[in-house]
Ligand binder design. Structure first.
Ligand code: AN7
Length: 351
């Protein structure tokens, strides 16, 4: 039985016999070959989709949260706290519930997707909506943590990065080798930091013979790393990555540079196109932030960035059901008809 990322990768994680393992059996997510997408994009790239939306709370955050909450319990922390654009709060509140400790989540008022808010509420977190954006919520959370006995479980908590690096281990195991390229969204920049650390450790442990090129994508209206300056009022429909001052900024730049990759941006229009394309061609429903991986991949294919015959893994960080409002807003509504066989048959085009 799969026992979650701590048991599976125990020797590569900062845990000991004294660490109580708090797990929802996260990890072991699908790595789907995406040949329909390759055909559509007219590329010979071998594209794989790492579907992190298949984690227990519907996002990649669970890999990091199992380690962060387990360590918090080991250190007898009574309360975990985070600022969040949604997925961190969903994950933190679920793992805290399982650990029987309290969770507090600070979210930007009116700016997180419905599914994520419902998760934090149902798991019993103390949910506080901040009058401000994510960056404001993050700053005040850090201040609270320095004054009170709280463990912050954002990705500035190094245990989060440790857990999330297992995504890299898993991809290499599933593929049987290291991919040539990896594309992923960048928000607070913890995940690109974690993946790059994971690949380097796996290389150091001689599990893989080379390292991938790391390609990170921010949303155009929230692209501080690309612009080289803090964005005071970030703007994008991809609420998960609506972040103007990422905590792991330097580490993300480092991952891009060391791997000879890049950090670039994609527009909301490109994100929405990729969002629909992925759902229509591969049957994979992701949230908009995750579609920035595919939007970025598409942008680079158009620029002839990739040499022939290479492989690329796209990290799909969160499930589409997190943000149902966005899907409904983008697609035409269902037609409403009476329960009449003739009328329905005509609408389908059968008669
Ligand atoms: C679906 O939940 O920052 O670059 O507070 O939810 O590691 O921040 C979420 C980020 C990508 C960006 N995709 O990852 C939060 C939060 C999805 C996300 C990212 C997030 P990082």
């Amino acid at each position: 039985m799969w026992q979650g990322v701590i048991e599976t990768y125990r020797e590569y994680l900062p845990v000991s016999d004294r660490t109580p393992v708090v797990t929802l059996q996260e990890g072991d997510t699908p790595l789907l070959p995406a040949s329909n997408l390759s055909s559509f994009l007219k590329t010979d790239l071998k594209i794989y989709l790492k579907y992190e939306g298949a984690n227990p709370t519907g996002s990649f955050k669970d890999r990091g949260m199992t380690v962060a909450v387990s360590k918090a319990v080991e250190h007898k922390a009574p309360v975990v706290i985070c600022a969040s654009t949604g997925n961190t709060s969903a994950s933190a509140s679920a793992y805290a519930a399982r650990a029987k400790i309290k969770s507090v989540v600070l979210i930007p008022e009116g700016a997180i997707a419905l599914g994520k808010l419902s998760q934090a509420l149902i798991h019993g977190a103390k949910v506080i909506a901040i009058k401000g954006n994510f960056d404001d919520a993050f700053t005040v959370t850090k201040k609270l943590t320095s004054r009170f006995d709280l463990v912050m479980v954002n990705s500035i908590n190094p245990f989060r990065i440790e857990g999330q690096k297992t995504g890299a281990f898993e991809i290499c195991g599933q593929l049987g080798h290291c991919p040539d390229y990896q594309v992923m969204p960048v928000g607070n920049a913890g995940n690109i930091t974690a993946y790059w650390k994971g690949y380097k450790e796996w290389y150091g442990a001689k599990k893989i013979k080379k390292l991938p090129v790391m390609l990170g994508f921010q949303a155009e209206g929230a692209a501080p790393i690309v612009l080289g300056k803090v964005v005071e009022k970030p703007k994008t429909i991809a609420t998960a990555i609506k972040i103007g001052n990422p905590a792991s900024w330097e580490k993300a730049v480092e991952a891009g540079q060391e791997s000879k990759g890049l950090i670039d941006s994609v527009s909301d229009k490109e994100i929405i196109e990729a969002y629909k394309l992925l759902a229509e061609t591969e049957g994979v429903f992701v949230e908009p932030a995750s579609a920035s991986s595919i939007a970025g991949l598409r942008k680079l294919i158009k620029k002839n960035y990739f040499p022939r015959g290479k492989s690329v893994v796209a990290i799909l960080t969160g499930h589409g059901l997190k943000d149902p409002d966005r899907a409904i807003a983008e697609i035409a509504k269902p037609v409403v008809l009476p329960p009449d066989i003739e009328v329905i048959a005509k609408e389908i085009g059968l008669s």
